[in-house]
Write a protein that binds this ligand. Structure first.
Ligand SMILES: [Zn+2]
Ligand SMILES: [Zn+2]
Length: 326
């Protein structure tokens, strides 16, 4: 072999070695991740189903409650039925103002603080969650029940942190804050309005935030209703973590009423996704269509039930009703 070719090969090896080292040493990645469904419509042997969402997120020993369900007591009862102790969970996230995500907050805080005063003592929300929401004429009272929940929560001694942008709340664990909306998704039920000066404009749920985890396998997203649009959320999650590999989408992505064209576009944007753990307002038909379009199967694209879980490195434990394969 000619000497210049050896030099070239050595130079290429050195270059590839350098870039491999850079890829191997991302500063902020979570290693152990488990997400357990505590509220959604479908349930397994134990637990109550409801229109709502809540999940316990466990990352490298840190425990976070993401949303609190649609009834005052369902998440509390489901956790008890599943023998999950929530009293050591100090952080709680409310994804947006809708009461199918907020209604368990006060019941849970009061019940759990009897055992640990710091239980659910720190609440994260996105900027915009306090905005009054009106029906079309703008004359009635605000339809937003969150300010009342927040007042009752503060009276228990809880602390509320409003996010205007991404925040890393634990190593590799991010909350997006309000999500940039470059795709024109409208993944919410229209009908409410917010004030912009003296005008009323449609409520786009600006506060809608998701939880994003950077992992060695790629990005894991946990979202409540996905009102910001899962395409926008996925883009934001990639930008925040600097990782373009989507690993799992977990929670509600509000596609239940969408036509096929939207599902096709969504699947194209989520290309390469390894797990779809779809709960709540994703919709059963939409989940099965996305499974097909993404090339996933009954083990990797699942309708979540109360008690079902996702574990990084293991995949989805669907429980009996939603896809157990013997
Ligand atoms: Zn919602
Ligand atoms: Zn919802």
């Amino acid at each position: 072999m000619m000497r210049w070719m050896v030099w070239l090969m050595m130079a290429l090896m050195a270059l590839s070695g350098t870039s491999a080292q850079a890829q191997e040493a991302p500063a902020h990645q979570a290693q152990a991740v488990k997400v357990t469904t505590l509220s959604t419509m479908l349930t397994d042997y134990v637990g109550l189903g409801e229109w709502g969402y809540s999940a316990l997120v466990e990352v490298d020993g840190r425990r976070i409650l993401f949303d609190t369900g649609g009834s005052p007591d369902v998440v509390l009862k489901n956790a008890q039925a599943l023998k999950i102790d929530l009293s050591t969970v100090e952080d709680v996230v409310i994804s947006h103002f809708h009461d199918d995500h907020t209604s368990g907050l006060i019941t849970l805080r009061k019940a759990l603080m009897a055992k640990n005063p710091n239980a659910l003592s720190h609440l994260y929300v996105g900027e915009g969650i306090f905005a009054p929401r009106y029906t079309r004429d703008g004359k009635g009272d605000s339809e937003n029940s969150f300010p009342a929940f927040a007042k009752a929560y503060l009276e228990t001694g809880g602390h509320i942190q409003q996010l205007s942008g991404p925040d890393e709340i634990a190593t590799g664990v991010w909350l997006t804050g309000p999500v940039p909306r470059s795709h024109a998704e409208t993944n919410w039920n229209p009908g409410l309005f917010v004030k912009a000066g003296s005008d009323l404009v449609p409520d786009t749920l600006r506060e809608d935030l998701s939880l994003v985890i950077a992992t060695p396998q790629g990005v894991v997203i946990v979202t409540g209703c996905g009102h910001a649009g899962i395409m926008n959320i996925a883009d934001d999650a990639k930008a925040i973590t600097g990782d373009a590999r989507l690993h799992a989408v977990i929670g509600g992505i509000h596609l239940f009423g969408k036509p096929d064209a939207v599902l096709i576009e969504t699947a194209a944007r989520l290309k390469g996704l390894s797990y779809l753990f779809a709960a709540h307002c994703t919709g059963i038909e939409a989940t099965f269509r996305l499974r097909e379009l993404l090339g996933l199967d009954r083990r990797t694209a699942v309708v979540a039930a109360v008690g079902s879980s996702f574990t990084l490195g293991k995949g989805i434990d669907a429980g009996h009703i939603a896809g157990w394969v013997g």
